[in-house]
Design a protein. Structure first.
Length: 300
């Protein structure tokens, strides 16, 4: 299933250029480089194995299929990012998707075609996506000379990305909170949900039936803390303190970056952004690409 891939000096330069673009030009990936990595870039290359094919669980068919690895990357890129996005953004997405998939493979995890892994479809691959993937073939993200296995991405940040440890259990030095100001075309801005406090209470209790919230009322609903990226970290609801991510899931919000306000016995939740907020902002990448930024050039 695997073979050893030899990388020549031209490939090394492409790898590093790709990585640095996503780090510096597209800071939403937040790959923070050690100085030595820049100073000795001609000695840095991914030394692991790159598969020719991968096994992917196809949910509709309820079975695994063997797919050429780069074909899989095409299907993920087409499914995870709009094909209408700029070619350079699609290239950035293909590198991130390839890296993330390889990280799962190296850890022994299975691949599937849903958001549990990365969304994969084979029937929506445009020529534009094929070109983006082919032009980045074999390119992955590295951190300190090793595969940046958790190459995460999401739709839009509404201003700032998140430190990985504030959203997930793991802390990764290349997934840190940075400004994300190039998202003019992003969807999900200041979306409002207004409901009665009793409806809010029902949704929260239904989502977390194991917790005893007591009576949830206007006076005991308040945000306690925010993450560095501006999302709700903790919120008091009734007798309990829960996470903003819990409220996001309970109410079906696109993001945990939200505010609350009250009018009588009604509560309004206003959210911005879409996704968990860790890693590369896809709309941010597209915004920079629209400004003429090329993914394989260095801009500081």
């Amino acid at each position: 299933m695997f073979h050893q891939r030899k990388i020549n000096m031209r490939h090394v330069a492409i790898y590093i250029a790709s990585m640095l673009f996503l780090v510096v030009l597209l800071p939403y990936v937040s790959i923070k480089l050690f100085p030595s990595l820049v100073e000795h870039e001609d000695g840095i290359a991914y030394k692991g194995e790159i598969p020719k094919t991968v096994k992917v669980y196809i949910t509709e068919k309820k079975k695994y299929e063997t797919i050429p690895f780069e074909k899989y990357v095409q299907g993920v890129t087409a499914s995870e990012m709009p094909s209408a996005f700029e070619p350079e953004a699609l290239k950035a997405q293909s590198v991130a998707s390839r890296t993330y998939a390889l990280g799962r493979i190296n850890s022994g995890a299975k691949l599937c075609d849903t958001v549990h892994c990365q969304v994969y479809r084979s029937d929506n691959i445009s020529a534009k996506v094929k070109d983006a993937v082919n032009e980045t073939k074999g390119q992955v993200l590295l951190y300190d000379g090793k595969l940046a296995s958790h190459a995460l991405y999401f739709a839009s940040s509404a201003g700032k990305t998140e430190n990985s440890e504030e959203v997930f259990s793991g802390s990764f030095p290349y997934l840190v909170s940075v400004s994300s100001s190039y998202e003019p075309g992003a969807t999900h801005k200041k979306e409002k949900q207004t409901m009665s406090i009793s409806t809010f209470s029902s949704k929260i209790k239904e989502h977390m039936p194991e917790l005893n919230f007591g009576k949830i009322k206007r006076s005991n609903i308040r945000i306690k803390s925010h993450s560095k990226g501006g999302r709700v970290k903790s919120i008091k609801v009734g007798q309990k303190i829960i996470s903003g991510a819990d409220v996001r899931s309970a109410l079906g919000l696109y993001s945990a970056r939200f505010k609350i306000s009250f009018k009588g016995q009604k509560i309004t939740i206003t959210s911005s952004g879409s996704g968990h907020g860790v890693g590369m902002s896809q709309y941010g990448a597209n915004g920079l690409a629209k400004k003429g930024k090329d993914y394989n050039k260095l801009y500081i």
